[in-house]
Design a binder for this molecule. Structure first.
Ligand code: GDP
Length: 444
């Protein structure tokens, strides 16, 4: 599987921080050392690794600014964001011409997946934009190359312009473009020759095609499995042709990650698409953020972190703080809090993320099990509005009525009211900066 080793090593590096209330400098140094080794082993370019590690370290040092996350989660978030940034932050769309046709020139080494990708792209444009692309067979050095393109095109029902192998590729492209104009094709995809490695003659030929066709997009296809070689290839092609985008193929294989993580930084050119299989439908737009989560293999954790931050709405937090300060936190607020927590999903992880709640003994005793949460709710629902806003009126007979109404035993109702009062008291003490209250909250 792609990125397997890298994912595992990154996860291991960060797992050690879990459960730590505070990350010391030496913890951080150790984690960063492991992240650096993991990236180098995945064949990521040395300079890219160096910059990446520095960025993460600098941000992690000042990381106490994020509300709602513990240190390990903050570092996961920083690593995720920096991976995303390294790969270009945002998806970059295909360049399009103001008037038809948009001309796309495919370049790349032999075997990288150029012809396959040309077909995949044509199909994508057809399916998604109802486009009518024309493909031009510009690889005259291998007769099999033209046959392959014709075959690919037939499979997706797209026309191919070809003049066999005896005509100069620049001339083929010239005539192909004229044909597209005549037929009003909205896209032209030019397949060009590849070599086993970059050579001058090939580069000159490609430069001539570029000069004639003025492509809107020069897409370089590179094989992700080749790691640093893919990066060197990209530099070579880009130096000569100033490509506009990269297609990374064979991400369905067990690539280590070096190409995906280095190409953007090294060449400055965006990865626009990724090939993830041999079928014609296996081409996807490249989203740096999705790729980062895939590399981290922490999709669930990352969406949880995102969710917590979103749900931890600042306005609500402020309102709650005010209520606590005024000592007017009542059972309605308590109910709101329970609902807020339930809305967010899995209890254990989430409880730890709510500031001040992580070690709150009141909530700990109340058990953060969804079933118990529902019991707590049932008890509150059985209270009158007056009882909810003014819990002091809850005398034994009212409590018995609530127990009967909610179907919970009386001792549970009593316990819950006691916990509620404790919680309210502690919240109030904390809000006044009372240290013993704080210590109680922290479970000391
Ligand atoms: P070209 O020489 O650059 O035109 O490369 P081809 O398009 O002929 O592709 C070379 C080989 O790679 C073929 O067997 C393709 O099926 C295969 N290939 C291309 N893209 C992918 C991909 O994304 N995943 C996998 N697994 N194979 C691919």
């Amino acid at each position: 599987m792609a990125f397997e080793g890298l994912t595992e090593r990154l996860q291991n590096a960060m797992r050690k921080l879990r459960g730590k209330g505070k990350v010391s400098e030496s913890d951080l140094r150790e984690t960063m050392r492991e992240i650096r080794l993991a990236l180098l082993e995945a064949d990521v370019n040395f300079t890219v690794v160096k910059d990446f590690v520095k960025q993460v370290r600098d941000r992690a040092m000042g990381a106490d600014v994020l509300e709602g996350l513990n240190p390990a989660q903050q570092i996961v978030k920083i690593v995720d964001e920096e991976l995303t940034k390294t790969m270009g932050d945002e998806a970059v769309p295909l360049n399009k011409s103001a008037k038809i046709p948009t001309i796309i020139m495919m370049v790349g080494l032999q075997g990288a997946g150029k012809t396959t990708t040309a077909g995949k792209l044509a199909l994508k444009l057809k399916n998604e934009e109802n486009a009518r692309p024309l493909m031009i067979a510009g690889d005259v050095y291998r007769p099999a190359a033209i046959d392959q393109l014709v075959q690919v095109a037939a499979g997706i029902d797209v026309p191919v312009f070809q003049l066999g192998t005896d005509v100069d590729p620049v001339e083929i492209v010239r005539q192909g473009l004229a044909q597209a104009e005549k037929d009003h094709n909205d896209y032209v995809i030019i397949d060009t020759a590849g070599r086993l490695q970059i050579d001058e003659q090939l580069m000159d030929e490609l430069a001539n095609i570029k000069e004639l066709a003025h492509p809107d997009e020069i897409l370089l296809t590179v094989d992700a499995m080749t790691g640093q070689n893919a990066v060197a290839t990209a530099e070579g092609f880009n130096g000569k042709l100033d490509v506009t985008g990269v297609v990374l193929t064979k991400l369905d294989g067990d690539t280590r990650g070096g190409a995906a993580l280095s190409i953007r930084s090294v060449t400055g050119k965006p990865i626009k698409f990724i090939g993830q299989g041999e079928k014609m439908t296996d081409l996807d737009v490249f989203h740096p953020d999705r790729m980062a989560s895939r590399i981290l293999g922490m999709g669930d954790m990352l969406s949880l972190i995102e969710k917590t931050q979103k749900e931890y709405d600042e306005k609500q937090a402020k309102e709650l703080t005010e209520k606590i300060q005024e000592n007017s936190f009542d059972f309605n607020d308590f109910l709101d809090q329970i609902e807020q927590i339930q809305k967010m999903g899995p209890m254990d992880e989430l409880m730890k993320m709510i500031p001040g709640m992580a070690n709150n003994p009141a909530l700990k005793n109340a058990q953060v099990d969804p079933k118990d949460m529902n019991h707590l709710k049932a008890v509150v629902y059985s209270m009158t509005p007056q009882e909810r806003t003014n819990p002091d009126v809850l005398n034994p007979s009212r409590r018995r009525r609530i127990a009967a109404g909610s179907g919970r035993p009386i001792h549970e109702v009593n316990r819950m009211i006691k916990q509620f009062n404790q919680m309210k008291k502690m919240m109030n003490q904390v809000s006044k900066g009372n240290m013993s209250g704080m210590e109680q909250l922290m479970g000391n």
